[in-house]
Design a protein. Sequence first.
Length: 233
Amino acid sequence: MSKLVAKGLPNWKIERRYIGPEKQPLLIIDHFAPQPDAWVKFAGLQTFKPLAPYYPGLRAPISADYLRLHVEPLMPLLADTFEYKTGAKLVETFYSIVTTPPADLAPLQRMPHFDGGGDEKLALLHYLCPASMGGTAFYRHKSSGYQTVPDERYPAYKLSLEADVQTYGMPAPGYFRESDHMFERIGHCDAAFNRAIVYRGTNLHAIDLPDAFTFDSSPQLGRLTVNTFLLPA
């Protein structure tokens, strides 16, 4: 765990952690947006729909220009932490709200996942909700030993996971939170209003909801985040 100083960005509080045996980097940036309440207000003007087959809730797309101002200052950190030496380009940006009750989750939504779209893809998750809405947890798949699933590992991971399901069955309906026969929890980051985290999309991860979580589709009351994906420029 290390603290970083963002030159020219006095309001950013930045921490870099390394997760699990693979020492995968996780950037945590507090006070990410200068006017976070405006982001929440803007979300209230959007039309949210089920836009992703595996996301357990509703989303609304955001123009890439909306985040560009905040992503550009990240470039030195991305270069140092993730070797994005030539800069980064935005691939997708969405408002997201978790709305699917545990009993209604599809089988693949009940276990940790990784983000497809290339080994170099980064996920930038910006929390626009309080800590009571839960954070993000990271996992290692026990039988394969993988905590990341890049393209070259996918065939072996798929076979190993299928064998696990044959042995143990699918996880019971509910959001995955702790270790079980198939996955070991190796890291966690709490949500905090106006906190952003950045990690490689190949990391196995899951939404970490508290026991007393209340599902609400309102941007003002729900688990509102901005989910952005980046690739090297």
